[in-house]
Design a protein around this ligand. Structure first.
Ligand code: ADP
Ligand code: MG
Ligand code: MG
Length: 248
């Protein structure tokens, strides 16, 4: 699903990623852990195509297609979804309108017909019911005045509606209480599927108690410095990142 080879990325002329290689097969959930400032978000933003992240070497492919040659919206249309650490608040735009706009943008980019209003509502009602989200909440402006838990439910609903192929969660757990953490974990676990892959970026092991990764990778020094099974996350929790030469 995702194949990254020798990727080097600079931000404002500062090299951040220095020959990072990572393969995530379909059907798997991989965790990327690392100290603050290691370049975890840089990796997510580079894959999503955010301006300002300059690729100076290497390749990144999704299902065999060169991701780096695609515009950000083309990447989204192919099924790449990056969830942000800080959810967007959009005063004046009801959550429902935001969801429909996002879904139809994806459909247009794929050359598919837009969802009609009844078709869209049917889809959202079904997903909202699964996630125990009150439809009334979705009439309010996106994330404005939502609690931490409600924002996370909204994020998970967005993922469920857009049904990404490759899902990257960037420290979506930071600052969450246990209840909100479980909402995210349940949502992510429900999205596990043989034709989908997920990359869970996290600084702490805690989230991985609820989302059990198939593989755990350590990002340090601008590359994947170690890889292992779920037990690696526990070792990191106990031993920290120092032995990987935390400074990039
Ligand atoms: P992480 O997500 O692992 O904490 P980041 O990818 O956010 O790390 O940051 C990696 C490094 O890149 C840090 O040293 C950070 O200061 C730097 N960096 C990130 N974004 C920018 C930017 N827009 N301008 C300059 N430096 C940046
Ligand atoms: Mg950080
Ligand atoms: Mg980060």
């Amino acid at each position: 699903m995702l194949s990254i080879s020798n990727l080097s990325v600079s931000v404002g002329d500062k090299p951040i990623l220095k020959g990072l290689s990572l393969d995530v097969p379909s059907g798997e959930v991989h965790a990327v852990m690392g100290p603050n400032g290691a370049g975890k978000s840089t990796l997510g933003y580079t894959l999503a195509g955010r301006p300002g992240y300059e690729v100076t070497g290497g390749t990144a492919a999704m299902l065999g297609e060169d991701l780096l040659a695609l515009e950000p919206e083309e990447r989204a249309a192919r099924g790449l979804f990056l969830s942000f650490q800080y959810p967007l608040e959009i005063p004046g735009v009801p959550a429902l309108t935001f969801l429909r706009t996002a879904l139809n943008a994806q459909r247009r980019a794929r050359g598919e017909a837009e969802a009609t209003a009844p078709e869209f509502l049917k889809l959202v009602r079904a997903k909202a019911a699964e996630l125990r989200i009150d439809m009334e909440m979705l009439k309010r402006p996106l994330n404005v005045g939502f609690s931490g838990g409600e924002k996370k439910r909204m994020e998970v609903l967005q993922m469920a509606v857009l049904a990404p192929r490759l899902l990257i969660l960037d420290e979506t757990d930071s600052g969450l209480d246990i209840d909100a953490l479980k909402i995210v974990a349940d949502g992510v676990n429900a999205l596990r599927s043989p034709d989908r892959a997920m990359v869970v970026i996290t600084h702490y092991q805690r989230l991985l108690d609820y989302i059990r990764p198939d593989r755990v990778h350590v990002l340090a020094g601008g590359r994947i410095a170690a890889s292992g099974g779920p037990e690696l996350a526990l070792e990191l929790e106990a031993g920290g990142y120092d032995r990987y030469g935390a400074a990039a």
